[in-house]
Design a protein around this ligand. Structure first.
Ligand SMILES: *[C@@H]1O[C@H](CO)[C@@H](O)[C@H](O)[C@H]1NC(C)=O
Length: 145
């Protein structure tokens, strides 16, 4: 008599495959968690606590449009570590405007193995410098099985 019937073996393989799928499934992560994307929250600390990210994970930036209490936030991609450190937006690429974080938020997929330097570009670097609205992430390749 076989130790494991083919039906049992089939079931075991199915469970194993499902658990692999679960592990390699891309995640959707809200930047700042419940705080969202706002002035004065430490995103460097947030990213340390929420790393690592993996390729194809999706970040969601949620922020209110400009109002009496905030002059507006945005999402820029900075070109390199130097511009990230100094909050230099001269070669930055805008990903989302002041209204882009409303509702479901602005989503960006980390689909390459490279550093992503994110920052809010408003108020001539003030959001980025004094508001701490910047962080960088390097999504990792999924572990191989
Ligand atoms: C933000 O958090 C990082 C990492 O914990 C820390 O090094 C840095 O000093 C913090 N910045 C401020 C302004 O608190």
């Amino acid at each position: 008599m076989a130790l494991v019937s083919s039906a049992q073996l089939g079931f075991i393989l199915l469970v194993a495959a499902a658990s692999l799928l679960e592990v390699s499934e891309a995640k959707t992560i809200v930047v700042g968690g419940l705080e969202g994307w706002r002035f004065g929250f430490n995103y460097t600390e947030w990213v340390l606590q929420n790393s690592p990210f993996y390729i194809n994970d999706e970040l969601v930036f949620k922020y209110d449009p400009p109002s009496k209490t905030n002059s507006g936030y945005s999402v820029y991609l900075l070109p390199n570590f130097g511009s990230y450190m100094t909050c230099d937006f001269s070669k930055a690429k805008i990903l989302a405007s002041e209204t882009g974080g409303d509702g479901e938020g602005f989503k960006v997929e980390l689909n390459q193995w490279r550093p992503y330097y994110f920052a809010s570009g408003n108020e001539d670097g003030y959001n980025c410098k004094d508001g701490l609205m910047k962080f960088f992430a390097v999504p990792l390749p999924h572990p191989k099985y």
